[in-house]
Structures are given as C-alpha cells and as structure tokens.
Design a binder for this molecule. Sequence first.
Ligand SMILES: Cc1ncc(COP(=O)(O)O)c(C=O)c1O
Length: 417
Amino acid sequence: MNSTLALFGGEPEVTAAVPHFAWPPIDDTTRAKVAAQLDMAVSIPGRSGIVAELEDGLRAYFGVRHAITSSSGTAALHALYSAARIRAGDEVIVPTWTFHATASPLFHFRAVPVLCETGLDGNIDPSRVEELITPRTRALMVTHLWGRPADTAALAAIAKAHGLALLEDGSHAHGASVHGQKVGTFGLASAFSLNGPKPLSGGEGGFVLTDDDDTYYRVLTFAHYNKRCSSEIPEGHPLARYAVTGSGLKLRIHPLAAALAFDQLGRLDGYLAGRAEIARHLTEQFNQVPGLEVTPGLDGVVPSWYGLTLTYPPDELGGLPIERFHRALVAEGAVEFDRPGSTRPLHELPLYQHPDPLFPGHPHHHRQYPPGSFPVAEHVYRNMIKLPVWHREQDLALAEQYVDAAVKVSAHYKELL
Ligand SMILES: Cc1ncc(COP(=O)(O)O)c(C=O)c1O
C-alpha cells in the first residue's frame, strides 16, 4: 500500500481505468436482440410482441397473475396509487427516506404522504407506523431501500390489522426476497422502475405487479388507454366503457426498452448470485476497516445489492467529517464511493414541506416536518457511503482496490483532521 494519501499527492490505490461500474451489462446478444426489435416494431399499442413477452416473463419470475409495463417507475407508482383507489384527502404512510417518486405521485391525487421514521437500514420502521394511522389512512407504502428487503411480515400484519392496502416500491429490489418470497408480492400491488442502474434495467421503463384483477384493470385504465383497455378489460366490467380514453394518460413502455429489459430478465438471477458473492466478500473486508460498517440486514432476507451501504461513525476516526473522509476515498480513485443526493429524507424537500405553489389547495392536514423530525433516518443518511456491487468474478480485483482505498484512508485519518 502507498504511504501518502492521494489527496496529498500520493499514488491512488485504485488504478483501474474508469468507468468502474456500468449498468446494465450489454453484450452482443443484447445488442442483437434490441436491433432485431427495431425491425420488428417500435410502437406496440396492444399487449403483444415484446411487451407481452416481457410481461409474461415478469409474471413468471415473480409468480403473480398480472404484470403491466409502463414508461417509468414513476409512472408505475402513479398508476398504482390510482389503482389502489387513493383519493383526495386520503393519507398514505411512506418511509421518509426513499427516492421521492415513491410518494410524489400522491400529490396529483391531492392525497397526503404521511412520512414515517426508518430503521438503521433506511427501511420504514414498523414500530413507528401505527402512531401515524388516522381514519383517513388508506395505504402503507414500503420501499426496499438499496435492495435490502424491509420487514414485510411486520408491515403486512399492521396493514391487515388496520384494513390498509400494503403497497411496495420494489425499484431497488428486483429479485430480492424474504424467506424465499420475492419482494413485490407481499401486498395488494407493487411498482418497479426499470431505469438505468436498477437491478433489472431497460434503460427506462417500469411495471406494476398484482394478483388482483380489479387492480389490474384500474392500472390499464389509468396508464394504457384504448387498445389495451378494450382488449383486456372484460365486457361488463364498470371500467370497460372508458376503454377509448382511459383516464387520459398514456404511460406505455418503448418496445426497445422492453427488448432490453426482457434480455436482462433472463440474466437477472445470475447477476444477483454474482453480486451476493461480491457483497459477502466486501462485507467481510469493510467490517474490519475502522470507520466503516456494512449496514446489517434482517434475517432470512436475500438483497438485490442495488447498493452496499456503509455507515461511517465519525467518532471512530477522531470526529473526522464524513465529507473529508469521502473526498479522500474519491481521491484514491475509488470514484464509485457515493454519498446519495436525490434518494434522501423526503421531509427535507420543498415539495414535502410546502406543496402549495405546485399543488394549490393541497389538503393541509399533513404534519409539519422541521429538521430533526426523523432523527434515525437523518442520522443514517448523513453518515452513509454507498457502493454499487459488481457481479462478475473478474471484478473482484477492482473491488479489492476499493477495500485497499478504504483501509488506507482509515489508517491515515489523523492527517485529514
Ligand atoms: C425507490 C425508487 N422509486 C421510484 C423510482 C422512479 O423510477 P423511474 O426513474 O423509473 O421513474 C426510483 C428511481 O430512481 C427509485 O429509486
């Protein structure tokens, strides 16, 4: 190991050329499949072709009756809330720490996201949910943050006891499971993103999963007017007569994105197995580095390892601010060590504090959220460093260089004070 920190002119520990992480993995097979789709169809208004293949593949993979693709995860969440019959004035309990799109579509229904404290893993803390339930609460939304499954058993029990719809945002957690059951199958319905770096990626896109026929028809009516509605919603169903217009929105996936996602779906379990192996190795190594601790997960869960999250306890390194520790890591060439910007506590975002300018007349019976409202989420967020998890054996050497960078910065922390 070099003795001088790269921040002070020493040789960086990580010598591999950038980029160090690219997702989704694209090879010649992927290229050929997407190129073939170009010749087959670039607009698919009904449930046919690559869209049907992808939806059937998702149904089989997750073991659910219905999968409905969409243009994005945000669109999937928007449709999901409509399908779950969220109405003006309703309250939906959501974790305060997630990507905002988990909850932001609620504003469009004039519904109120009621934010909930998280545990040390960033997932909604089941022990803090019941205190938020009011006669207006309709649903409980769960994100499996960074691909680590939340406590689905406890959350499902609370939802059942209070007659709430349990909804999941699985956007970080394709293929993750709890005691063998896949994330996204625990409640009434779930939404997933297929955006860029997600464990299952189509570049852009999303989907909703549900076993419930009525929820399925509602998602179609919200997001897929005309052809899909008229061919899939049975005659006689109260929504059938709205087929031509649906709700007025068209939130369809692009066939090229569907082709990419379908190709990736066949490889997903292989990716996840590879990630699990590298995550196991990194966990062992990082947990021996003073100043870093891998966030522990629950028993019985298999994460998707969308991110390996590390808690930085400044006290272990003489109170060194995380910003400086992180800068020193990046200077070592470990550029994938990341302090997330947009996936952050929602109560700090203007939309969640003052929705009025964007949503005039938005119901104001939500709580006010001054700083310090959610001490656990705020503390963990501020003291977290995240790393993407590689999936190929040949990436182990690069992962090792990242460990070396952390070991070096940790050993030299006094020079950074
Ligand atoms: C937890 C979560 N939910 C929803 C979304 C939104 O998905 P999309 O970007 O596909 O709209 C994201 C995307 O980053 C996310 O991380």
